[in-house]
Design a protein around this ligand. Structure first.
Ligand SMILES: Cc1ncc(COP(=O)(O)O)c(C=O)c1O
Length: 477
């Protein structure tokens, strides 16, 4: 058993918080190493002349912050990656201010907000470092045309190829990420003031890109299978709104939609392709999470290749710092896309493009996605257990889920309470194409917290919050 004896003298606040802060400080300073056994609740209470209730409360809070873990009968241990969760001395001092919102804000947050896929599965250990360094170095001495050199475009085509769909390198354009791909595709296809059709809940970056280009969003209703074709047909048939042109483009996420994780069945995709043809709509399909599916339905790009741009992302599928995306586009559109890339950053980084091409050719890309796919499934199973009994939408392969809050909880109050527990989550507002229609829901991302046990603690904590009522509103005077 460890002889850990916390030093509480300089730390303000109630006793149990001072204890958590001392634990955090000792982990951050390396005085407590991962998996160190900690004193029992009783032994700690005795050593500090306090009650077992106080010691247990401190351990509970430390576990919720991901600093420690333990099971009845086995003991309490410092978490394997607790150093990552431990903050600076200033954070700790602030965190120990009793019950203030500032306290929780200063403490390190467990990130269930960023849609990083299996952060722990990034390249280290999966691909050899010397090869990576050599490729990056080589890329520094190069310059490429907007949209990538021919080998980069061939790599993108190889990456996307699958049974039933063989995009040609001539239709591939490389960008500085999927967000960049969305922006340049919209800029190439529509004009300021145009209306574009999007799922009623959508990725916030689509709203940002539309705002940047002066576009109006027209929300299309969705259900558990994604965008509803009948609703799309009705909106197209309704014709132009007074003083606005008819929508000319549909931007959707048919595979693992963000935020609901819906996967559009093949039949529905065919119906949407037919509607787009009938009304001469361009289609942009954002498929950045599709690689997580074992056997995805045919892409819209295979069903309506003459009008569809298909977008994927290096940061999602390969490594979160890899700012790279590919667009598989109808070939006549490629010069317009290249012009928009030139206008918005000249070209994607040659180093990243070389690296991705190398990973694709050597099979490293496949290895990376396999690890991420497996990790995402494990985390979904964890979420299923922790959130049992709550109402949420997701998919067994997805990296995120959409948690519907039981009444009377509202998203803003829940986000605030989660933050006070040291957990970051996203409210529904930014996902709603019409912000006035945002439901009482939050999106939880399962991949950014590196340690699965910390994720489990955070999910249990969130479920615990929803088991009770929201706090009373602060009086307004
Ligand atoms: C649906 C969707 N599309 C595009 C992006 C942007 O991806 P990238 O990091 O490649 O710019 C994201 C990022 O979260 C996303 O969720």
């Amino acid at each position: 058993m460890t002889s850990w004896s916390p030093w509480l003298a300089d730390i303000p606040g109630p006793f149990h918080r001072r204890l958590v802060a001392a634990l955090q400080q000792d982990i951050a300073a390396g005085r407590l190493l991962p998996e160190t056994r900690l004193p029992t609740h009783r032994a700690l209470a005795r050593a500090l002349s306090t009650t077992v209730v106080t010691a247990s409360r401190a351990y509970r809070e430390a576990a919720a912050l991901g600093l420690i873990h333990g099971t009845v009968g086995r003991g309490t241990f410092v978490a394997p990656r607790a150093d990552a969760a431990a903050g600076t001395a200033e954070d700790l001092a602030a965190a120990s201010v009793a019950g203030s919102p500032l306290a929780a804000e200063a403490a390190p947050l467990l990130d269930l907000g960023a849609n990083v896929i299996a952060a722990g599965a990034d390249p280290a250990g999966t691909v050899p470092r010397p090869a990576v360094a050599a490729l990056l170095w080589n890329g520094l001495a190069q310059r490429h045309p907007p949209g990538g050199a021919s080998n980069h475009r061939a790599a993108g085509a190889a990456w996307l190829r699958r049974a039933g769909w063989e995009p040609r390198p001539a239709g591939i354009v490389a960008t500085g990420g999927a967000q960049h791909a969305i922006l340049v595709t919209l800029a190439a296809l529509v004009r300021p003031g145009d209306r574009i059709l999007v799922e009623s809940l959508t990725y916030p970056g689509i709203r940002t890109a539309a705002q940047c280009l002066g576009l109006q969003l027209v929300p299309v209703p969705i259900d558990g299978d994604g965008l509803v074709p009948e609703a799309l047909a009705a909106l197209c048939a309704a014709g132009p709104a007074p003083s606005s042109p008819p929508p000319r483009l549909l931007l959707c996420q048919p595979s693992l939609h963000n935020p609901t994780s819906a996967v559009m069945p093949a039949e529905r995709r065919r119906a949407i392709a037919a509607i787009a043809r009938r009304h001469d709509l361009a289609i942009v399909e954002d498929c950045v999470y599709e690689f997580l599916l074992d056997d995805p339905p045919p892409p819209l790009a295979a069903l309506a290749p003459e009008r569809t741009c298909h977008i994927v992302s290096g940061s999602k599928a390969l490594a979160q710092g890899l700012r790279l995306g590919y667009i598989a586009a109808p070939e006549p559109l490629v010069p317009a896309l290249q012009a928009q890339i030139a206008a918005t950053g000249l070209a994607a980084s040659p180093s990243w493009l070389d690296l991705a091409a190398h990973w694709i050719a050597t099979g490293a890309a496949h290895r990376l996605t396999t690890v991420k796919r497996q990790e995402a499934r494990l985390r979904q199973q964890l979420a299923r257990t922790c959130l049992h009994g709550l109402s949420w939408l997701s998919h067994p392969a997805s990296s995120h889920l959409w948690l519907r809050l039981p009444p009377p909880w509202q998203a803003a109050a829940f986000v605030d309470q989660a933050r006070r527990q040291g957990i970051a989550v996203n409210p529904a507002g930014p996902f709603a194409a019409d912000p006035a229609a945002a439901p009482a829901a939050v999106r939880l991302c399962l991949g950014a917290v590196a340690d699965r046990r910390q994720l489990e603690g955070a999910l249990n904590r969130l479920a615990g919050l929803l088991a009770g009522p929201p706090p009373p509103e602060e009086p307004v005077v």
